[in-house]
Design a protein around this ligand. Structure first.
Ligand SMILES: [Zn+2]
Length: 127
């Protein structure tokens, strides 16, 4: 059940990365990228995130998960490629001497905060 651990880590990283003048309660959206090698099921992750956020300080936060393809670079011919299958072979020169570039790990890619309209903290030039 590693999705639960991931959901907890996401909540923690959001809390850590919030600027001091932003309240966690105002977070409306959290976006993450997860690599296909992690075998995360986005639906389970979102379900668990929703379950634990209710008891956290950001109950409004909605989690969006984007799965990213596994990308490698061939060390023999420098070709970069994405993999459909977990076969680490360069499509150009068939070398197996490849290095993983992307496709592992969960990355926080964005946080949306609902700023109260009626309070003006000195922000000028609203879009
Ligand atoms: Zn190659």
């Amino acid at each position: 059940m590693h999705e639960l651990y991931i959901a907890q880590s996401i909540l923690k990283s959001v809390q850590k990365s919030l600027p001091e003048d932003v309240r966690a309660e105002d977070v409306t959206q959290v976006r993450v990228e997860c690599g296909q090698l992690d075998a995360v099921v986005p639906d389970s992750l979102i379900f668990l995130f929703d379950a634990i956020k209710a008891e956290s300080n950001m109950p409004q936060a909605e989690l969006l998960v984007e799965q990213i393809a596994v990308a490698c670079v061939c060390k023999d011919c420098s070709r970069e490629f994405e993999m459909e299958l977990p076969v680490f072979i360069c499509p150009d020169c068939q070398s197996g001497n490849v290095e993983l570039l992307r496709g592992r790990g969960i990355r926080l890619t964005g946080i949306t905060v609902n700023e109260p309209e009626d309070e003006n903290h000195g922000h000028t030039g609203h879009p």
